[in-house]
Design a binder for this molecule. Structure first.
Ligand SMILES: [Zn+2]
Length: 168
């Protein structure tokens, strides 16, 4: 038996990012047929290399994956400021049927936000990313990007190609 890996209080290693993004992808896949015209996004929140929050897109009008994961972590007593947030699709940056996730994430100030791919929706397209970075939150883009893009292919195809000038 290999010895179980011991959670470490250290900053997540870069190679861990793909592992947590894979978990976020699986959460997104779990709601693939239940999100109506919203993309089936998954999100995990990680503290000291342990997943403390999980979320997936709710049916139309319901909360987005990031909101669900933040609520989940906070219910467990975790401050998001001590955590890294992994989300398959760029957080939204506009008031649609729900408030923008980027603003919520900025208010919670996670240590890092790791994103699979840019949301090509005309009202996002790099704005979520820019808002996070503008608030001095570290953002990593493109972790497992190919897998995420395959997973969200139908959503991406609705809005792509996007002009190269749009905030990558
Ligand atoms: Zn959102």
């Amino acid at each position: 038996m290999p010895s179980p890996s011991v959670p470490s209080p250290l900053v997540p290693l870069p190679e861990d990012d793909a592992h947590y993004m894979r978990l976020a992808l699986e959460l997104g896949l779990s709601v693939a047929d239940a999100t109506g015209d919203n993309p089936a996004v998954g999100c995990v929140i990680v503290r000291d290399r342990v997943v403390v929050g999980r979320g997936a897109t709710q049916p139309p009008g319901g909360a987005h994956a990031e909101v669900m994961a933040i609520r989940d972590a906070e219910r467990g007593g975790h401050s998001i400021a001590a955590c890294d947030l992994f989300v398959t699709l760029e957080p939204c940056a506009f008031h649609g049927r729900t408030p923008p996730c980027a603003a919520l994430i900025i208010a919670k100030r996670p240590r890092r936000v790791v994103i699979g791919t840019i949301d090509p929706h005309p009202r996002v397209r790099g704005r979520g990313l820019a808002e996070l970075r503008g608030a001095d939150i570290e953002v990593v883009l493109g972790v497992l990007g190919d897998d995420v893009r395959q997973n969200l292919g139908a959503w991406l195809a609705r809005f792509e190609p996007i002009p190269p000038s749009c905030g990558r």
